[in-house]
Design a protein around this ligand. Structure first.
Ligand code: GLC
Length: 551
């Protein structure tokens, strides 16, 4: 079965098909190490509140452009002891590449020819391309990333409508597709901004990922010319104007509809989902590092600084849950009026679900799924918590506590296949009400407590940042025992994540790329700088290695 499926996909070019010339060239060429100096992203919020001068942009130089079909450098470098999955993964990643007029512009979501239903998995999704982009950057192949950033920037300029309603100018697409006309020999693009998406929801996360990726590209290559173009500066500003606009909000968090991020179906995450809040925070910090303080940029810089202060305060205080906080909420009084209220959002202690009391270890904590008036979603979401660590939305103590929780609740959160998208699942009556009886999101499946291999790269990055690489190693071992054999599924089902997901695609690109990124980061932790932001300088984090697993 496995070999049949593997044969069903035709690679553009496998390693063995490449001429001797290519291979020797790749072997001869030592990896140009990108010197990762402290650079532009470390402009601190506090410095900025006093003056907006940017730090010297002392970026290192580009590792040079390599042919997209070259042998992956990480593979060459490890030729003494490469895990066989690494070469397979590179081959599969290259097979998923999408070209527009001869130039690589992205990777399709899944190369699964065995599946009857293609749906939109043959499209380049913005969020799905992020791990692919990081893999290419880490391997010294920035061109595809640059092309992607420019292509999506062009798409941002399109007029977007859902029926008769015009969407905000800054919205980035959820996905796009290249149509090749073999007769006319032309390539055209169709894009989806939510007007075709199931449920018609705009992808709030796309713009944030775009900004985060632009910074990763700049950091990795040292090429400042891209982010400094008037087009990119405008693109950043347009995204920001969507989420910094003033309205009726009483919170600094961003109000969203259900289904506007990786969890792109109704899963009860409407309101202020942690995934969006963490990405929002990270994108604001990345934008702050890249915006030029010119006439148009200065106003945005000021707004970002103010928002970051308010957002970090709100998140660190009201979204944070640990044993102590849980006990406090359990004893909350309700119906308090005025400024002296302790229970500001009027959370009813009776709404605390039973599972949290058992789940919460004495040591450890996490950012809960959502906080809004009289509503706290106590579920754990992996992406939001990992991005909170990477962006330094979490304080150093909170980051440590998140990792402690992961260690304590390994069976529940990681199980047999890293990593649960959220914990726990919802079932029965609650499932009916919350998901609207979604047959894909049944208990412990897909977005409802399913296990997603793509999350491995974020977990690994968070582990490295908090000085606990051994946790990542353990997760990678689990992935290596199955992912290739199972043909790189999109997700796994079950309480332990043991079964290939009911409707999971095979050869899901971000499962493949996520594995490669995790491997490369662990091998060379300096890659972390692309996707991680240091704590604001004034807070001076002291991150110690914890006394966790030593295996
Ligand atoms: C599913 C996922 C979404 C992903 C898409 C393409 O819809 O929920 O996050 O972007 O598949 O892989």
């Amino acid at each position: 079965m496995e070999s049949l499926e593997l044969r069903a996909v035709e690679p553009h070019c496998s390693i063995s098909e490449m001429g001797d010339f290519d291979l020797t060239r790749a072997l001869d060429k030592p990896r140009l190490k990108i010197e990762r100096k402290r650079s532009f992203d470390e402009r601190s919020m506090s410095e900025l509140s006093t003056g907006y001068g940017r730090h010297d942009l002392d970026m290192a130089h580009s590792p040079g452009s390599r042919s997209i079909m070259d042998t992956p450098l990480s593979y060459v470098r490890n030729s003494f002891e490469p895990h066989p999955m690494v070469a397979e993964a590179w081959e599969a990643l290259r097979r998923s590449m999408v070209f527009f007029r001869g130039q690589p512009v992205g990777t399709i979501a899944a190369y699964d020819h065995a599946s009857e239903e293609v749906l939109n998995y043959d499209q380049v999704f913005v969020r799905d391309f992020v791990p692919s982009a990081l893999a290419f950057l880490m391997n010294g192949e920035p061109d595809i990333v640059k092309n992607f950033l420019l292509k999506t920037l062009q798409l941002q300029g399109w007029e977007k409508r859902v029926d008769r309603f015009k969407l905000g100018e800054g919205v980035m697409p959820a996905s796009f597709k290249v149509l090749h006309d073999p007769v006319r020999k032309t390539d055209t693009i169709v894009a989806d901004f939510g007007e075709s998406a199931i449920g018609r929801v705009a992808p709030v996360d796309s713009g944030f990922w775009w900004i985060i990726l632009l910074r990763a590209y700049t950091k990795s290559t040292g090429d400042l010319t891209l982010s400094e173009t008037p087009e990119c500066q405008k693109g950043i500003r347009l995204i920001l104007s969507l989420c910094l606009s003033e309205g009726f909000d009483t919170f600094p968090t961003l109000l969203c509809a259900d289904g506007c991020s990786m969890v792109d179906r109704r899963m009860g995450v409407y309101g202020y989902p942690i995934e969006i809040q963490a990405l929002f925070f990270m994108a604001l910090r990345c934008a702050l590092a890249m915006l030029k303080p010119d006439e148009e940029g200065r106003e945005f810089i000021e707004r970002i600084v103010k928002r970051l202060h308010a957002l970090s305060f709100h998140m660190r205080n009201y979204f944070w849950l640990d044993f102590q906080q849980l006990n406090d909420i359990y004893r909350y009084k309700t119906e308090e009026y005025s400024h002296t209220a302790v229970n500001k959002f009027n959370v009813m202690p009776d709404s605390i679900p039973d599972w949290v009391f058992d789940f919460m270890p004495l040591r450890g904590g996490y950012f809960v799924g959502n906080v809004s008036p009289a509503r706290m979603d106590f579920r754990w979401f992996s992406l939001g918590n990992c991005v909170a660590i990477l962006s330094s939305l979490a304080t150093p103590d909170q980051s440590m506590a998140i990792m402690d929780l992961l260690e304590h609740r390994w069976e529940e959160l990681v199980g047999e296949m890293p990593l649960k998208i959220c914990y726990p699942c919802i079932e029965n009556h609650e499932w009916r009400i919350v998901t609207g009886c979604d047959p894909k999101n049944t208990r412990w499946s897909y977005h409802n407590g399913g296990s997603w291999p793509v999350l491995l790269w974020m977990l690994t990055a968070a582990c490295i940042k908090t000085g606990r690489p051994q946790i990542a190693r353990r997760a990678i071992d689990l992935i290596e025992s199955r992912l290739h054999r199972d043909c790189w599924p999109e997700y796994y089902d079950g309480k332990q994540g043991r079964y290939i997901g009911k409707q999971a695609r095979k050869f899901q690109t971000w499962s493949i790329a996520g594995y490669l990124v995790a491997k490369m980061m662990l091998e060379d932790p300096s890659h972390l700088g692309m996707i991680s932001l240091e704590e604001d300088k004034q807070m001076k984090p002291v991150i110690k290695r914890s006394a966790s697993w030593t295996c």
